[in-house]
Design a protein around this ligand. Structure first.
Ligand SMILES: [Zn+2]
Length: 115
């Protein structure tokens, strides 16, 4: 499962951060997962629940997942609009129908709260 390796990567990153700050436990982690990343949020959450419980550092860590809206750019006039429900039918500025998504495909570690 794709999500498990992403969770492993995240936990590795958290381990490094904790090492740098000499902290013993992490209480909260906030990640941003873009709607176009292809990541299944439920699987990611499940993977985190399972793997975080295996180490002291993240045992009590709460995972918060934020899904940002996607930016769509009109190919005709360059107008950018935000949508969290898929591609808009047409550009609100010029009614052109060719809109391309920008960003929204990443997994970003936003915030970590340490004990
Ligand atoms: Zn337009």
């Amino acid at each position: 499962m794709h999500e498990i390796s992403l969770v492993q990567g995240l936990l590795r990153q958290l381990g490094e951060l904790a090492g740098e700050h000499q902290c013993q436990a992490i209480s909260k982690v906030r990640v941003e997962i873009g709607p176009l990343s292809g990541i299944v949020i439920d699987s990611f959450q499940f993977g985190f629940d399972v793997l975080s419980a295996e180490q002291d550092l993240t045992r009590d860590a709460l995972l918060e997942i934020v899904t940002p809206p996607i930016q769509y750019k009109c190919c005709y006039c360059g107008h950018v609009c935000l949508s969290s429900e898929g591609v808009p039918d047409s550009c609100p500025e010029c009614s052109h129908t060719l809109l391309v998504p920008e960003g929204g495909d990443g997994l970003i570690l936003m915030q970590v709260e340490m004990v």
